[in-house]
Write a protein that binds this ligand. Structure first.
Ligand SMILES: [Fe+2]
Length: 246
């Protein structure tokens, strides 16, 4: 089922999971990380899946990935693209700009915002995983040091991320880079760290459609499998370096 229609009437709220993150939000900090996150993307496009549809099996089946990518993700893209096509005010904007433009809007703007956020988050979700992924980030990667600096250890980071994932009804959990280092950021339903001044480095979809066919209601197993078998630390590394270049 495409969940595009059911999300409109659900309230959304955000939990920042570090004191640094909360401080950044409270003070409306427009730091380098936010500026980097606002950079223009290649435009409103539906990205290719970065691997074959069955490449994450047996950890995520071809059926799960196929439905999620071709129906859910494509559904969000089609909705947003359709609205953009009909409204000159939205045309020529990157996805990031569209999210910024429609944030806080009412009626149609709110709908565009919610779907644009889901499109943006899903664009990050697929490359956050890879075949033969999983495990701790290599000590050769800058993101390893950044994780240890902000959380104390990889183990502490993972524990925090899993705890946040288990608190949600439906939503998203991210590893983000912000003005005071890395943090875990979770959103209920449809929101993104982007407009809260954080750059997402990894995204995990914890809506049931992401895992139910393979794990039923065992979300903990899905989240653990993400870290053990799927997580793509090279993607997080590339996102971290993009942020730092700004
Ligand atoms: Fe999803």
């Amino acid at each position: 089922m495409n969940n595009a229609s059911e999300v409109f009437d659900r309230r959304r709220f955000v939990k920042l999971t570090t004191a640094a993150g909360a401080a950044a939000l409270l003070h409306g900090h427009l730091g380098a990380a936010y500026a980097a996150a606002q950079k223009k993307s290649a435009g409103l496009t539906f990205p290719d899946l970065p691997y074959e549809v069955d490449a994450l099996a047996p950890y995520l089946s071809a059926r799960t990935v196929g439905i999620h990518y071709k129906e859910h993700h494509k559904g969000y893209y089609d909705l947003v693209a359709g609205w953009v096509k009909k409204d000159a005010g939205y045309q020529g904007k990157s996805l990031e700009e569209l999210i910024g433009t429609t944030r806080g809007g009412i009626l149609r703007d709110e709908s565009v915002f919610h779907m644009a956020v889901l499109l943006y988050n899903h664009n990050l979700y697929w490359p956050s995983m890879k075949p033969d992924g999983g495990g701790e980030p290599s000590t050769k990667l800058d993101v390893r040091g950044a994780v240890e600096k902000s959380f104390g250890s990889y183990k502490a980071f993972r524990k925090k991320f899993v705890e946040e994932a288990m608190k949600l009804g439906s939503g998203w959990v991210f590893l983000v880079n912000g003005p005071d280092g890395l943090a875990v950021f979770r959103t209920d339903y449809h929101d993104t760290p982007l407009h809260h001044y954080f750059t997402p480095l990894l995204a995990l979809d914890v809506w049931e459609h992401a895992y139910y066919l393979d794990y039923q209601n065992n979300r903990r197993k899905y989240v653990d499998t993400f870290f053990d078998k799927l997580v793509n630390w090279q993607f997080a590394e590339s996102r971290l370096k993009q942020t730092r270049r700004k």
